[in-house]
Design a protein around this ligand. Structure first.
Ligand SMILES: *Cc1c(COP(=O)(O)O)cnc(C)c1O
Length: 428
C-alpha cells in the first residue's frame, strides 16, 4: 500500500510508515494512492463481517502484510457486531456501539492498536494521548494487554464525567492514566511538548495513536460494507447514509467505501451548532466560529481535522462537492428528535438523533435511509435521562467499570514531571 501526503505529494509512505508516523511533513494527512475495486460486490457483501473485512483491508494494505495476518488483526479488532435496526418504514439505525467502550470509536481504535503492534516488530512503544473523555476510553481498551506497548493517557482532573473516568482509569496493566491538575488544553500542550522532544521520542518509541491515523479510517470503511450487507439486495441501489460528524473521520470512511464501489447513492453530513462544514457547503466560505458546547459533545469541533481528506477524495473521484448533502441541529432540535425516536420505540442518544433528524428531513421518495448511531444511549445517560424523563439502565460493561477502583495517578501540568514519568515507565 502506498499513501501520499495531501500537503506534499512527493512524500510517499508505506502502510507501516503511515501507521507509525500518523502525520506527514507539515502536519499533512496521508491518503491512499489507489483504492481497490471488487469484481463481485454481491459475493463480498454475502461474507461474514470478519471474512469480508479481511478481504477489504487486505486489498487496501496489499503485500505488506499477508492475508492470514490481516485476518488475525481483524478478528481481534472486530469482535462485536454492527446490527442494522428498522426504525421507520424506510429508515434504519446502524448500531456501531456494541464494542467494549460502547462507541463507534472502538472499530477504529481497536484496529489501529492491532496495526501498530503488527508493524512495530516487537519494539517497545509508548502511546501518549490526551483526552477530554471518549477517545481515552477507546484507546485504553483497544491497547489493553498488547505486549510491548505502554499507554499513557492524560486527562483534566475533575473535568470529565465520573463514569467516563471509570471506564478507562480502572484497567491497570499496560494502561497508565494520569489526572492532570489543569484543563484539556494543558493536557494537549503536554502531549505536544513530548512529541516536540526528539530525544524523548526516540528513547521511549513515542506514538500518538491519534484520530488522524489512517488505520482508523481503514477499519471504519468495513462497517459501511456491513451496513449495506444487511439491506435486502433489491433495496441496495437507493441507499442514503446520514453521518453525525465532528472531525469527519466517520464520513471520510463512508466516502472511501463508496469510492471502492460500495453502492451508496449519497451521504448526508450532520453536525450540531458547530456547523463549519454545512455552512461551507452552502456558501463556499470556510469560516469556523468559536467552538460551542452542545448535547452531542463528541462533535463539538469547529475545525474538523479530516476535512482535507474529503476534499482530496472528491477531487480525485471528480465528484462535485455539491453532491454532499448536509445540515445541522441545535440542542433543542436534537432533543426533539430524540423524543420522536423514543416515541417510535427506538432509544437513541444526541449524536445519533442529529443524524436521524437530517435523514428524516432530507430522505426522498424511493430512497432507503440509514443513520449511524455512534454511541450507546447510556454513554450520554445524563442528557438522555433528562430529555426523555427516564432512568435508563447502564449496560453490563459500563456497570462493571463503575464498580471498580480508579487507578490514576495525579500530576501538575508540568512537562519536566511528565518527562521523568515517561522515562521511568519505559525503563521499567
Ligand atoms: C467521535 C464521535 C463522533 C464524531 O465522529 P467523527 O469521525 O469525528 O466525525 C460522533 N459521535 C460520537 C459518539 C463520537 O464519539
Amino acid at each position: 500500500m502506498k499513501l501520499y501526503n495531501i500537503k506534499d505529494h512527493s512524500e510517499v509512505v508505506s502502510f507501516s510508515q503511515a501507521v507509525q508516523q500518523g502525520l506527514g511533513r507539515g502536519q499533512g494527512l496521508f491518503f491512499p494512492d489507489a483504492l481497490p475495486q471488487f469484481d463481485d460486490m454481491d459475493a463480498l457483501l454475502a461474507m461474514p463481517l470478519v471474512e469480508r473485512s479481511t478481504e477489504i483491508l487486505s486489498a487496501l494494505i496489499g503485500e505488506e502484510l499477508p492475508k492470514s495476518h490481516v485476518r488475525e488483526l481483524v478478528s481481534e479488532a472486530f469482535n462485536f457486531d454492527a446490527p442494522l435496526k428498522q426504525v421507520g418504514e424506510h429508515i434504519h439505525a446502524l448500531e456501531l456501539f456494541h464494542g467494549p467502550t460502547l462507541a463507534f470509536k472502538d472499530f477504529g481504535g481497536r484496529f489501529m492498536a492491532q496495526s501498530i503492534a503488527a508493524v512495530s516488530d516487537g519494539k517497545k512503544i509508548t502511546i501518549l494521548t490526551a483526552t477530554s473523555g471518549d477517545t481515552g476510553a477507546a484507546v485504553a481498551h483497544a491497547f489493553y494487554g498488547i505486549d510491548n506497548i505502554d499507554v499513557v493517557i492524560l486527562y483534566p482532573k475533575g473535568k470529565i464525567s465520573p463514569l467516563q473516568e471509570k471506564l478507562f482509569c480502572t484497567l491497570g496493566g499496560n494502561i497508565h492514566t494520569v489526572a492532570i491538575n489543569g484543563d484539556f488544553d494543558d493536557c494537549q500542550s503536554l502531549v505536544k511538548q513530548a512529541f516536540d522532544d526528539n530525544e524523548l521520542r526516540q528513547t521511549i518509541g513515542l506514538n500518538s495513536a491519534n484520530s488522524i491515523n489512517i488505520s482508523r479510517l481503514m477499519a471504519q470503511i468495513c462497517y459501511y460494507f456491513e451496513a449495506v450487507a444487511q439491506v435486502p439486495k433489491h433495496k441496495r441501489d437507493q441507499l442514503v447514509m446520514a453521518v453525525p460528524s465532528g472531525n469527519f473521520g466517520n464520513l471520510t470512511a463512508g466516502l472511501l467505501a463508496k469510492a471502492m464501489g460500495l453502492p451508496i447513492k449519497r451521504f448526508i453530513a450532520g453536525t450540531n451548532a458547530n456547523d463549519t462544514v454545512p455552512r461551507y457547503l452552502q456558501s463556499g466560505q470556510w469560516a469556523p466560529h468559536q467552538t460551542v458546547a452542545t448535547l452531542s459533545n463528541a462533535m463539538d469541533v469547529s475545525q474538523p481535522n479530516n476535512w482535507p481528506r474529503i476534499e482530496e477524495l472528491f477531487r480525485r473521484q471528480q465528484w462535485p462537492l455539491a453532491e454532499l448533502a448536509s445540515g445541522w441541529a441545535d440542542d433543542e432540535e436534537t432533543a426533539e428528535s430524540l423524543r420522536a425516536l423514543a416515541q417510535a420505540g427506538y432509544l437513541c442518544e444526541p449524536h445519533g438523533a442529529i443524524a436521524y433528524r437530517l435523514l428524516e428531513q432530507q430522505l426522498e421518495d424511493g430512497e432507503e435511509g440509514i443513520f449511524l448511531c455512534t454511541a450507546h444511549p447510556a454513554k450520554f445517560k445524563e442528557s438522555v435521562d433528562a430529555i426523555l424523563e427516564k432512568d435508563i439502565p447502564l449496560p453490563g460493561p459500563l456497570a462493571k467499570h463503575a464498580q471498580m477502583a480508579l487507578l490514576s495517578s495525579e500530576q501538575d501540568a508540568d512537562f519536566t514531571a511528565l518527562r521523568a514519568y515517561l522515562l521511568r515507565l519505559a525503563n521499567a
